[in-house]
Design a protein around this ligand. Structure first.
Ligand SMILES: Nc1nc2c(c(=O)[nH]1)N[C@H]1C(S)=C(S)[C@@H](COP(=O)(O)O)O[C@H]1N2
Ligand SMILES: [Mo]
Length: 158
C-alpha cells in the first residue's frame, strides 16, 4: 500500500511539477514553460474520440497562446515567407510531429490545437503527460503527441 503510494507520487505528482517544455527556434523570446506557468493562460477544453472511438475531455491551453507569448509570427505577421514556417514537436520517447504555423493560427483555421494537461478531470499520467498535443480535427490521433518536451519553430524555406 505504502509502496504503491510512493510509486504513484513519483510517477505523477513529482514529474507533473518538475517537467518543463521549451519553445525555441524562430521565436523572439524563447520560453521554458512549467506546469504552474500555464495557470496564467486561458484554460480551454475539447471533447475528442480516441483511436478506439471512446470520448475524452482534454483540458489545457491553446498552443497559439504559447506561441504568441514566445513572439512567433502569428496573426497579421503570418504572411509572405513566414508561411513557410512550421513547428517541430519532440516527445520524451523521441517521437516527433510537425504542424505548419498556419495549421495552428486561428486566422487561418477553426482548428484549436490544444496543449493538454488534463484528461477527464485528471492530470495526464506519466507516459502521456504532463503535456500532450490534441488536434480535434485530425481524423486520426497520430499527431496527438504525448510527453511533449520541446517545440521548435523552423523555417522550411530554402
Ligand atoms: N510521444 C508519442 N506520442 C504519440 C505516439 C508515440 O509513439 N509517441 N504515437 C501516436 C499515435 S501513432 C497514436 S495512434 C496515438 C495513440 O494515442 P493513445 O495512446 O492515447 O491511444 O498517440 C500518438 N502520440
Ligand atoms: Mo497510431
Amino acid at each position: 500500500m505504502i509502496s504503491s503510494l510512493a510509486v504513484f507520487l513519483s510517477q505523477s505528482c513529482f514529474s507533473q511539477n518538475t517537467a518543463s517544455l521549451s519553445i525555441t527556434g524562430e521565436v523572439a523570446a524563447p520560453l521554458e514553460i512549467k506546469m504552474q506557468d500555464l495557470a496564467a493562460y486561458k484554460q480551454v477544453s475539447q471533447k475528442v474520440k480516441d483511436r478506439d472511438g471512446k470520448e475524452h475531455e482534454f483540458k489545457g491551453v491553446a498552443l497559439i497562446d504559447l506561441l504568441q507569448k514566445a513572439g512567433v509570427t502569428t496573426g497579421a505577421k503570418l504572411r509572405g515567407e513566414n508561411l513557410a514556417k512550421y513547428i517541430l514537436i519532440t516527445a520524451a520517447d523521441g517521437y516527433e510531429v510537425i504542424y505548419s504555423l498556419a495549421e495552428v493560427d486561428p486566422e487561418f483555421t477553426d482548428e484549436l490545437i490544444l496543449l493538454a494537461t488534463e484528461k477527464d478531470g485528471q492530470p495526464l499520467p506519466s507516459g502521456e503527460g504532463p503535456f500532450r498535443i490534441i488536434a480535434q480535427h485530425d481524423k486520426k490521433p497520430a499527431r496527438w503527441i504525448r510527453e511533449v518536451r520541446s517545440i521548435k519553430v523552423v523555417f522550411a524555406k530554402n
